[in-house]
Design a protein around this ligand. Structure first.
Ligand code: NAG
Ligand code: NAG
Ligand code: NAG
Length: 173
């Protein structure tokens, strides 16, 4: 009976493993976004930000990760622009110096992602891409310590999304 059971279940087992493996590898679109984002610290920010880019809906895991990396630079650029605009109107030294620090941090890290992070990603050096996103994540955390109300929302968004992107990139290590 044991042998008969083995005879029946072994091919089934093999077929099941092949089915499960190829489903995971071929998974794209909304199911992949949902599943990938569920494994991150901020699933809602992850899902809404990735879904804001129409390319996400046809991407596999690697494609989705690259889109996430690009979006981290886009979000960082938005934050840099916001800080820059506020900086234009800063009159007192303290807000001026804090806004300068925020702008400089965002500006440098976004350039780092665009100049080196994306290339590293394409060379499969995912740890290098991770480091570039980590810099931007630290900038958002540092800028939020200044408690500039006008930057609250964008700092929170940026620190959460860059945390998400770091987790997603780690899936490729
Ligand atoms: C970055 O933000 C500026 C406005 O602050 C905008 O003009 C520019 O197109 C943005 N660049 C990217 C790549 O999103
Ligand atoms: C800066 O000041 C100008 C003139 O008062 C105003 O029009 C503009 O909206 C201000 N910008 C920001 C980001 O507060
Ligand atoms: C960073 O600053 C440089 C020079 O001031 C500017 O050309 C570039 O657009 C800035 N990048 C961002 C993301 O603000």
């Amino acid at each position: 009976m044991g042998i008969k059971l083995l005879g029946v279940s072994l091919p089934l087992l093999v077929i099941s493993i092949i089915a499960v493996t190829s489903t995971a590898a071929d998974e794209t679109g909304k199911p992949l976004i949902t599943k990938t984002c569920a494994g991150t610290e901020f699933p809602d920010v992850c899902t809404s930000t990735l879904e804001s880019d129409p390319r996400s809906l046809s991407a596999d895991l690697k494609g989705l990760s690259r889109i996430a990396l690009e979006l981290s630079a886009t979000k960082g650029n938005d934050s840099a622009g916001l800080a820059y605009n506020l900086l234009q109107n800063a009159t007192a030294f303290k807000p001026w110096s804090e806004l300068s620090a925020c702008f400089y941090g965002y500006n440098t890290s976004v350039d780092q992602i665009n100049d080196h992070g994306l290339q590293s990603f394409d060379e499969a050096k995912y740890d290098k891409a991770y480091e570039a996103v980590d810099l931007l994540n630290k900038d958002a955390l540092r800028c939020s310590t200044f408690e500039i109300p006008e930057l609250d929302e964008s700092n929170t968004m940026l620190s959460q999304f860059t945390t998400v992107v770091k987790t997603i990139l780690q899936l490729l290590f």
